[in-house]
Design a binder for this molecule. Structure first.
Ligand SMILES: Cc1cc2nc3c(=O)[nH]c(=O)nc-3n(C[C@H](O)[C@H](O)[C@H](O)COP(=O)(O)OP(=O)(O)OC[C@H]3O[C@@H](n4cnc5c(N)ncnc54)[C@H](O)[C@@H]3O)c2cc1C
Length: 460
């Protein structure tokens, strides 16, 4: 419970109807996509940068933990409240402040929904490439904090690559403005790239200047079926070794294919299919047949059972049906998934998928893997029954092994979901003590009293 004087100070800072501490509102904002829940002391709805400055000054004076929040779609506990702390929801800060076509940029407030940025850009022949699967509801502030990405990252890059500058508020309530409005600029340290991916632990982002690109004219799709995960992932390394860059290169392993079989969406896969690659090319319509032929050539090799191309909208939708049915189908395997988002170099993917199969067998846990193979980024899901203590113990041991194996293969613990509360314990395995202590010192400069999203990202 917030004290009366803190509640009054926050209401004075934001005005009426922007500070809520009633049980219904607290319950609505007590979790993200992770299964845990923590009740905050209040939920704040600032409507401007000045509101965020004002609320941070109150939080700094009273040493109140502050957890920024977009849509709460994160799956690592990044937006999980701190007990009795403040949740700052950016949903009322959702305006487009500037759309500059000639300079190919858009200035937006942090609470705008990601897909709306892309839709507006496309209405003028441009596009915003980062395309997280949650794009229809997640918000730019959350994407920036997690450096979100999606299938298009293999060709275009991740959120960080499309941010020219930021306006943000530090843990002391100071306004900082980073970056510039141009695609070149080296004045001062690159605080933009530091804040992007910092999980709301360094500053509250209020505005972002986003870089846009000309929208591709057309897309075409290839669906390739393989007799093993190893054969499919060997093809991934081959395709990344030639000059035509796909704009999506997605993988599904045999556990994923088995999961969709009951839905009927795997019925048109040839017998013996144990792994799938979905490959997309974009560009001028006249050039797509050439690109698809080059990709098909590079992907052909041992273990390929079938390759199908789609150029029309109907063909493309049909080819993606199996992949699109996966999220729902996986939930039928077991009630809980321990969801990892690890990355290995693409050349190590074949060894990694073998390792996953071996660990699944050894620990007797269904491990369903799929994801952005072109970046070496796999979503590895350990499917478990939370009430089965023996299974949970085996799953945690298996999970531990997976994290160690990823690092042994030269990989990294998170490709796009971030660290939050859920992966903090593993950060010390990847980052050495001296580097971690420099990171802690940086955090102290931005947030001297440690009130910005405490208990997230950096290990204690
Ligand atoms: C079905 C589904 C599909 C998904 N697919 C993808 C995917 O393809 N790629 C991907 O990368 N992720 C994906 N995600 C994860 C999630 O959607 C992303 O992490 C997304 O970026 C979170 O945005 P959000 O607005 O929901 O942020 P939240 O979950 O609310 O917050 C995420 C983090 O950002 C911080 N934060 C939020 N706003 C601000 C701000 N203004 N300033 C500073 N910090 C802030 C929060 O404190 C938290 O640490 C998926 C999630 C779901 C449920």
């Amino acid at each position: 419970m917030l004290s009366e004087d803190v509640f009054m100070a926050l209401t004075a800072a934001l005005g009426p109807d922007r500070v809520f501490a009633d049980p219904e509102t607290l319950a609505l904002y007590n979790a993200d996509e992770t299964p845990r829940q923590v009740t905050p002391g209040a939920v704040l709805f600032p409507a401007s940068h000045d509101h965020v400055v004002a609320l941070m000054k109150v939080a700094y004076t009273h040493k109140l933990p502050v957890v920024p929040r977009g849509a709460g779609s994160g799956n690592v506990g990044g937006a999980l409240p701190v007990a009795n702390g403040l949740v700052v929801s950016f949903e009322c800060m959702n305006r487009v402040l500037e759309f500059d076509l000639d300079n190919r940029l858009m200035v937006v407030e942090a609470g705008i929904v990601t897909e709306e940025v892309d839709k507006l850009a496309r209405s003028a022949g441009l596009f915003y490439p980062p395309d997280p699967g949650s794009g229809a509801y997640c918000r730019i502030g959350g994407n920036l904090a997690m450096n979100a990405a999606g299938p298009r990252a293999v060709k275009y890059g991740v959120t960080r690559d499309f941010v020219l500058g930021l306006k943000a508020v530090t843990g002391e309530g100071k306004t900082i403005v980073t970056g510039c409005r141009t695609t070149k600029g080296v004045t001062g340290y690159d605080l933009t790239r530091l804040i992007v991916g910092s999980g709301g632990t360094l500053a509250l982002i209020t505005e972002a200047t986003l870089k846009l690109l000309p929208a591709p004219e057309s897309v075409a799709t290839l669906r390739l079926c393989f007799d093993s995960s190893r054969a499919a992932t060997e093809a991934v390394a081959r395709v990344m070794h030639q000059p035509v860059v796909p704009c999506a290169l997605e993988f599904m392993d045999h556990h994923a294919i088995n999961a969709i079989r009951p839905t009927g969406t795997a019925d048109d896969l040839p017998a013996g299919t144990q792994a799938l690659l979905m490959v997309e090319a974009d560009g001028a319509a006249i050039d797509l047949p050439r690109q698809i032929a080059a990709l098909d050539r590079a992907l052909s090799g041992p273990g390929l059972l079938e390759s199908r191309a789609g150029f029309t909208r109907e063909e493309i939708v049909r080819l993606w049906t199996a992949r699109k049915s996966l999220s729902h189908a996986v939930k039928q395997i077991a009630p809980l998934k321990i969801n990892e988002d690890v990355v290995v170099p693409v050349t190590r993917l074949p060894d990694f998928v073998d390792t996953l199969d071996n660990l699944a067998r050894e620990y007797r846990i269904p491990v369903v893997s799929f994801g952005h193979a072109g970046n070496g980024n796999l979503h590895v899901n350990l499917m478990v029954h939370p009430d089965d203590m023996d299974e949970m113990a085996r799953a945690h041991a298996c999970h531990d092994q997976i994290m160690h194996q990823v690092l042994q293969l030269g990989g990294t613990l998170s490709g796009e979901h971030g660290i939050g509360t859920e992966k903090r314990a593993y950060v010390g395995l990847e980052i050495d003590a001296d580097t971690l202590s420099l990171m802690r010192a940086i955090k102290k400069q931005f947030d001297p009293t440690g009130i910005l999203n405490p208990g997230k990202l950096l290990p204690d």
